[in-house]
Ligand binder design. Structure first.
Ligand code: NAD
Length: 497
């Protein structure tokens, strides 16, 4: 059995616990991943501590060059990385490449380190006084990441954390740990010093060790909301800087004037792509008015029935299996629950099997109509290929649904009316908004982050918010006296007036 080990200085080893890494296409176990503990983490932290000071004083242009080389290496290894990612996660190869590319977009942003690290300077803030600021790294940072984007999310965090001068320890999901290990290998190959980007594996025990470690100054987490909340609280209680992104239930509002063919096209991709296992998926559609709902449903049903579910290496497949049998059971449980709650089950994806892959974790596309806001299956994240139609009588009630939902990650409005779109974007209580864009994941030089239970902490991922999260600002007030007496009174708070 293949073993996946930690990628830390001095080599792995030392773990006595292991978890199975499953093969979502066929069921069964394809590898075992080591589950680390405090002792493994201590070794990684010691290496990080030894390497970080020299890295922090390496000029930013040289640190950026490592990013340039890393980008080139990832591109050269794109096919191999996508294969590994797809084999452990179950997303189709083209989508796996998108996962990697979205991470590389952040690496590209990190290549601008010399520019983004420039501080502020005021000449003559007072008589003979200059004030300037600089951004300094935290020291050692950690990233704890979910299974659904095993390349993109580690790079959201790791590229920025390291390029600004930190050492970074990644604790990826134990469900698909191989790509994160390859990323650590490629960083080394790109010229990053040993100890600056390390990968440790594990479950709650390793997460707790990270949250309690006195030498780790900042923790970035992405995963489900309850765990995000826990990580946030425990990390902050230990005096760390923490950002913790959580789950989602994104709504797509369809106005009566929307181009419904385009909406159906966008919706099928956004609801079922990656088997719905995206925090920016659109699992809820809200047509405004009965007529819009009926017209939309009429077009949606044949489009969903035409979707091809296949193994993740099938070039023709729209989506592949979900990540584990346990997750398949959970998604099918939600389908049963939604039906019990009284919604109309229009297309039932349960019991789907693929010939030759009967043990694979496949769930067929599922559509519900007449879902209502009081249903548990509406309130909670399903994270599978399940689309729920919630009918709204008018714009105001449609706006209220995502605004009042416990999650506030992303939302989209489909309309030809600029005023409605503008009004919606300004008023909706959600962090990322798409206007005729179904999955409004901001580009790497903007920032990513939801609201409400979709994110704990106040700093977003990547872009300048990422730089802010991974650095501390130091502000210097300097006076170079010319020797003449200034007559100031040392007992009065100094003012520049
Ligand atoms: P998860 O919460 O199960 O796991 C995330 C990380 O936490 C993993 O590294 C895991 O090992 C660790 N973990 C698991 N159980 C733990 C525990 N009890 N204590 C401490 N740590 C624990 O999430 P997942 O299933 O891997 O990922 C899917 C979830 O992530 C979904 O809810 C999805 O919406 C969310 N997500 C959010 C974003 C975002 O940016 N908001 C992006 C991607 C995924």
């Amino acid at each position: 059995m293949r073993q996946i080990d930690h990628h830390i200085v001095g080599g792995a080893g030392g773990s006595s616990r292991f978890a199975d890494v499953l093969d979502p296409n066929n069921g069964g176990v394809q590898a075992q991943v080591a589950l680390g503990d405090r002792a493994v983490l201590d070794r990684a932290v010691a290496a990080a501590k030894a390497a970080q000071p020299a890295w922090a004083t390496t000029n930013p242009q040289r640190r950026a060059r490592v990013m340039f080389d890393f980008k080139r290496l990832v591109e050269a290894n794109m096919n191999e990385l996508a294969q590994i990612l797809s084999a452990e996660h179950g997303k189709v190869i083209a989508d796996a490449k998108g996962d990697i590319q979205r991470g590389l977009d952040v690496v590209e942003f990190a290549c601008a380190a010399p520019h983004i690290l420039k501080g502020e300077y005021t000449v003559g803030a007072g008589p003979g006084i200059d004030v300037y600021s600089m951004r300094q790294p935290i020291g050692i940072g950690a990233g704890i990441t979910p299974f659904n984007f095993p390349a993109m999310i580690p790079l959201w965090m790791g590229a920025i954390a390291t390029v600004v001068g930190n050492a970074f320890i990644l604790k990826p999901s134990e469900r698909d740990p191989s790509v994160p290990v390859r990323l650590a290998e490629l960083f080394l190959e790109a010229g990053m010093p040993e100890g600056i980007f390390q990968t440790v594996h594990g479950d709650k025990e390793m997460v707790d060790a990270i949250l309690d470690h006195p030498d780790i100054g900042a923790v970035s987490f992405v995963g489900s909301s309850d765990i995000a909340h826990y990580v946030y609280n425990r990390g902050v209680a230990n005096g760390k800087r923490v950002q913790a992104m959580g789950g989602a239930k994104n709504h797509g509002i369809v106005m009566p004037d929307a181009d419904l063919d385009q909406v159906v096209n966008d919706l099928t991709g956004a609801a079922f792509g990656s088997a719905g296992e995206r925090c920016m998926a659109l699992p809820v559609v809200v047509p405004v008015g009965e007529d819009t709902a009926n017209r939309l449903r009429e077009k949606l049903v044949p489009a969903i029935e035409a979707l091809r579910v296949g193994v993740s290496t099938d070039d023709e497949a729209h989506y592949g299996p979900v990540v584990t049998q346990a997750h398949k059971d959970k998604v099918e449980g939600w389908i049963a629950k939604c039906a019990e709650e009284g919604a109309e089950l229009v297309i039932d994806g349960r019991g789907f099997t693929l010939q030759g892959h009967e043990k694979g974790f496949f769930v067929g596309p599922t559509l519900f109509d007449h879902v209502t806001p009081d249903m548990e299956s509406y309130k909670e994240e399903i994270f599978g290929p399940v689309l729920q139609i919630v009918r709204a009588p008018d714009f105001e009630s449609a706006l209220e649904l995502p605004s009042k939902h416990q999650y506030g990650n992303g939302v989209a409005i489909f309309t030809r009316n600029g005023h409605a779109a503008r009004e919606f974007a300004a008023r909706v209580n959600v962090g990322m908004v798409g206007i005729n864009v179904p999955i409004p994941v901001p580009v790497a030089y903007h920032t990513f982050g939801g609201w409400k239970r979709s994110a704990f902490g106040d700093t977003n991922q990547h872009g300048m918010e990422g730089v802010k999260f991974w650095t501390k600002v130091k502000t210097i007030t300097a006076r170079w006296p010319d020797g003449s007496p200034d007559g100031g009174n040392a007992f009065v708070i100094p003012t520049m007036g």
